[in-house]
Design a binder for this molecule. Structure first.
Ligand code: ZN
Length: 356
């Protein structure tokens, strides 16, 4: 059993690498979907892709509990979209999902389905005057350079609506790993690991969803279709144990275990499920932390309001610098997220959902 677990965990890191390196901006998740389908096909009883592009997989339970449990992770990542051209052949862009314009100058990109190299150009320091050097550039002042010689060539190479994604390669860094899109490829990799393991007492309905970053859209469709008794959203969330102006307690911290949401901007966690997670963690000595209430939102925000209401919870791997070119996560946090979810699912009963 221990050997099994170890083997699975090693596989998870390589899956995380593959998923992080894949390009899948909201609405264009095909590359990620292909990896997910390949990774789970042999380990689930049924798998379909729905009309919006969600991957829905069914793994029958052992029959010990008659519960339909939805496990959710979103496949999409934030990115950019081409919305126009300059006469010089640069691409005007808009963000897809929340990206801070301050981060963008100098960014390397992969543009379009063929992943053409691109860069968000910046005025050389020699030409910038004092005022410019101290001012943040607005997104409308920025453009993507794909080396096109003029507007016509730019239009031909990157038609309106072409996606661009961060060009970042997964790396190992100390006890952490870095890469792009850990929000939410960390959740996807965790969900894949769970599906690849032993059957759970309950029936598992996994949803790898689309378009979370633009408004929790895929999850809404999936939750309606699956009609689960309860739902777990697996996420990569904000860790801000980084230098700050004010000395406030961090949202989450790296290395302190999976982050459990009590309340964010999209939902309030189901207390019964939250209790199941904390009791399981305490019993097994799995570290965990509560995410500072109030920030962000997850697919659970859409799922808990589906149908007649679905008890939901979010469990997340803390990631530094999310929604940027490069994030950092701690591998122990990642493995503990999988372990805590797995153990909690093994202890989940219909009675837990009945108690108030
Ligand atoms: Zn997310």
């Amino acid at each position: 059993m221990m050997m099994m677990q170890k083997k699975n965990e090693i596989a998870d890191t390589s899956m995380l690498r593959e998923l992080s390196n894949a390009i899948g901006v909201s609405g264009d998740e095909g590359n990620v979907r292909a990896i997910v389908l390949e990774a789970i096909r042999e380990h689930v009883d049924e798998v379909t892709v729905d009309s919006i592009g969600n991957v829905l997989a069914f793994k029958k339970g052992t029959g010990r509990q008659r519960l339909r449990v939805m496990l959710d992770a979103h496949m999409d990542e934030v990115g950019l979209m081409v919305v126009g051209y300059t006469n010089e052949g640069l691409l005007r862009m808009r963000t897809v999902g929340g990206i801070d314009a301050r981060l963008l100058p100098g960014t390397l990109l992969k543009v379009g389905p063929d992943q053409m190299p691109g860069v968000i150009g910046v005025k050389p320091i020699h030409l910038a005057d004092e005022a410019e050097r101290n001012k943040v550039v607005q997104i409308k002042q920025l453009a993507i350079d794909i080396g096109a010689k003029d507007k016509e060539e730019a239009e031909k190479l990157a038609p309106l609506g072409t996606y661009a994604a961060f060009d970042t390669t997964f790396r190992e860094m100390g006890s952490a790993v870095s890469g792009k899109a850990f929000d939410d490829r960390a959740g996807c990799a965790a969900l894949i690991a769970l599906l690849r393991g032993e059957r759970f007492p309950s029936d598992i309905h996994a949803a790898f969803t689309v378009q979370e970053e633009v408004g929790l859209r895929g999850a809404r469709v999936a939750a309606y279709a699956l009609e689960p008794d309860c739902a777990f959203a697996l996420e990569g969330t904000i860790a801000d144990d980084i230098p700050k102006d004010k000395d406030v307690s961090p949202t989450t911290e790296l290395g302190k275990g999976p982050a459990l949401t009590v309340m964010d901007r999209s939902f309030i966690a189901d207390r019964r499920l939250l209790k199941l997670l904390t009791e399981t963690a305490d019993e097994l000595d799995i570290p965990y932390q509560f995410k500072q209430p109030g920030m962000g939102g997850t697919d659970a925000g859409a799922i808990h309001l589906a149908r007649e209401g679905i008890p939901s919870i979010t469990i997340a791997v803390p990631c530094r610098y999310i929604h940027s070119q490069l994030g950092l996560l701690n591998l122990d946090d990642f493995h503990h997220t999988i372990q805590l979810t797995r153990e909690s699912l093994s202890r989940l009963t219909r009675r837990i959902l009945r108690r108030n």
